[in-house]
Design a protein around this ligand. Structure first.
Ligand code: BT5
Length: 337
């Protein structure tokens, strides 16, 4: 957003909903009244509701605007979101972040969208990302991490989202291994981490942590096949907070864990917080692999972020997320996998 436009917006905001005359704005900014009017029209185009009152001036009508500018003005981070790319609509923020990575975009680059037409879940599943209902965001990281640490880095994202929802609503979602966040058994958030690895050295070139968070849907807004399993922060807590606040708050929490905590030096602490958030440890779950499905008791997460389960014959196995999905007994209504 241009400097002049920002100044006009600030003047309208400072007026707290009162009318500000065009002449006053023009004088303050050294513009003609026509130039002010053009800037107001541009602000309206960007989504701000501004009423023009004949012979009086302009007033800002409160309302949520989700844009790159609204996120950036709330950012408290040093690294994440600098730079930040915002799209009203895009195929997938993960796809865009990977393209940017290939073009040399720096560590900390963030891509945010108000809507995705091809939001990706794991194993080519689809993540519903409708306009006006959530935040879809990807963070590009260029950590110097060995490949085996990438898995635990993905768990960090779940802790950061839980911290965010808790800060903004007072309610902490639980984590369903590996990376779904749930409230009242409904999935609010999915996380997809993708990475590029150099073949010879096994060095991680970059990773993209993609986070999709349902904020405002009511259950009937979800497609029928998701109505028993999905929820939004609003449907489960009754709290509605602006999407720009969520995006900025999420980047703050992610940065606190990843940058300030110097991941992986703080890995133990991250894993501890992750474990605390998990909601089915100690319970019997159904493990569904490509080849077989079996009941097992969920015991713990190991230091690589794998789920340790005890099979009926007493054998303890460590499960990787890519190959396995978990169902809770009694939730065969299609509980999120
Ligand atoms: C995930 O996969 O949940 C990871 C989703 C990651 C989405 C973010 S959005 C920003 C970034 N850009 C992308 O393109 N992706 C990332 P998975 O665990 O495989 O779960 C997918 C399954 O969740 C689907 O098969 C549905 O059953 C369910 N699902 C789809 N959309 C949902 C939604 N909006 N809310 C809750 N559940 C959903």
């Amino acid at each position: 957003m241009t400097d002049t436009r920002q100044k006009i917006l600030s003047a309208l905001e400072e007026a707290g909903g009162a009318v500000v005359s065009g002449g006053e704005l023009a004088e303050k900014l050294g513009l003609s009244r026509t130039a002010v009017w053009k800037q107001i029209a541009a602000l309206q185009q960007e989504g701000y509701q501004i009423a023009a009152e004949a012979k009086k001036g302009y007033k800002l009508i409160p309302g949520e605007v989700f844009s790159g500018y609204e996120i950036e003005r709330r950012l408290t981070t040093k690294v994440l979101g600098r730079p930040l790319y915002f799209f009203d609509s895009i195929d997938s923020t993960n796809i865009r972040a990977r393209q940017l990575a290939a073009e040399g975009a720096p560590h900390g680059t963030v891509v945010v969208a108000a809507r995705q037409t091809a939001g990706k879940g794991r194993l080519s599943r689809r993540f519903e990302s409708p306009e006006g209902h959530g935040v879809y965001l990807s963070i590009l990281l260029r950590p110097s991490l060995p490949l085996q640490e990438v898995n635990t880095a993905t768990l960090l994202a779940a802790v950061a989202v839980a911290d965010t929802v808790e800060e903004l609503t007072g309610v902490r979602p639980s984590i369903k291994w590996t990376n779904d966040l749930c409230l009242n058994g409904r999935k609010l958030c999915g996380i997809l981490t993708e990475c590029a690895v150099e073949g010879e050295s096994g060095r991680v070139e970059y990773m993209v942590s993609g986070i999709g968070l349902n904020l405002y849907q009511q259950i009937e807004d979800f497609p029928p096949e998701l109505q028993k399993i999905a929820g939004s922060v609003l449907s489960e807590t009754g709290v509605r907070v602006a999407r720009a606040d969520y995006a900025a708050c999420l980047l703050k929490h992610f940065e606190a864990l990843f940058e300030e905590g110097h991941f992986p030096e703080n890995k133990k602490a991250v894993l501890e917080r992750y474990r605390k958030g998990l909601f089915f440890l100690g319970q019997t779950v159904e493990v569904r692999g490509f080849a077989e499905s079996y009941p097992a008791k969920a015991l713990d997460i190991d230091d690589e972020g794998r789920l340790l389960v005890e099979r009926a014959d007493g054998r303890i196995v460590a499960l990787n997320s890519g190959e396995i999905s978990i169902r809770l007994p009694g939730r065969h209504n299609g509980y999120p996998e």
